[in-house]
Design a protein around this ligand. Structure first.
Ligand code: HPA
Length: 277
């Protein structure tokens, strides 16, 4: 699959023509957090299969949809279903929708995910504002020739997650009576879950949460000059001294229960965007 500017622009043109809209806000929802997009009413829905040059769904993953609509006066494009490295996608494929969003004019990217908690002050069901990440995927979507029109060859990652957006998330949470947490997200390739020794290592290097998504998209978004907000739902706790296998059921169950609140927080961030920027 090609990931050059010509291919990306072709896809963006198709979407502009089909939807007649140019969103400024992009949104990715995490596994099992499909209804996290309920903060807005989609006006157009496009199956990934209908979108030229979009990564092909693997046998293990269902095809998703790209949703276009408005929320709190902002034009939004949302991904219902994302691509993961553990499914076999190349990092450039995982980041392809971010490039398309960039070409459409998206300036602010909001990503949600399910993550395992490492910091003992966290609890299952908490929402974590990602303060920073550690890329342990062994991959990077910027490998290969640099598209200078997209961003720098060596883009700084000193402020990958926008502090103002993080503050807005905290305020949106407070307005809903919830205290959000914050910390570093360690991004792994997966799909095998962490060994106790790996959990100990992740805690030692300063990670508060661990998951298998988000990092490739964020690297591409920051390269492309977007402001990024990342929100993790802590679906299970990882304690190296009392290792308990995390099950998909548990992840989906907790994720499903917290998703309505997460969606309200995203809505709260969007409603506060105007005044903050
Ligand atoms: N590890 C990695 N990814 C995850 C976890 C975890 O414990 N929980 C939810 N996603």
């Amino acid at each position: 699959m090609k990931n050059d500017r010509k291919t990306v622009n072709e896809t963006a043109e198709f979407l502009k023509n089909r939807t007649g809209t140019q969103p400024t806000i992009g949104f990715f929802s995490g596994t099992g957090l499909g209804t996290a997009v309920s903060f807005f009413e989609p006006e157009a829905r496009l199956d990934y299969r209908e979108i030229p040059n979009f990564p092909q769904a693997t046998v293990t993953s269902h095809t998703g949809r790209m949703l276009f609509g408005q929320a709190h006066g902002q034009r939004v494009v949302a991904m219902e279903g994302r691509f993961h490295l553990y499914e076999g996608y190349r990092p450039q494929e995982v980041a392809f929708p971010v490039r398309v969003m960039q070409a459409l004019g998206v300036k602010t990217l909001i990503l949600t995910n399910a993550a395992g908690g490492l910091d003992p002050s966290l609890n299952t069901g908490d929402i974590l504002v990602i303060a920073d990440h550690i890329n342990l995927t062994g991959e990077n979507p910027l490998v290969g020739p640099n598209e200078d029109a997209w961003g720098l060859r060596f883009p700084p990652m000193t402020a990958a997650y926008d502090r103002d957006l993080g503050r807005l998330a905290f305020r949106a949470g407070a307005a809903l009576g919830v205290s959000l947490k914050t910390g570093v997200y360690a991004g792994l390739k997966g799909p095998s879950l962490e060994t106790p020794a790996e959990i100990r290592f992740l805690k030692t290097i300063g990670a508060a949460a661990v998951g298998f998504s988000t990092v490739p998209e964020v690297i591409a978004a920051v390269h492309g000059g977007m402001r990024v907000l990342g929100l993790s739902i802590i679906t299970n706790m990882n304690d190296p001294d009392h290792p308990v296998p995390a099950t998909l059921e548990e992840v989906l169950d907790v994720g499903g229960r917290v998703t309505p609140l997460l969606s309200d927080i995203v809505g709260g961030v969007l409603s506060r965007l105007e005044t903050a920027s």
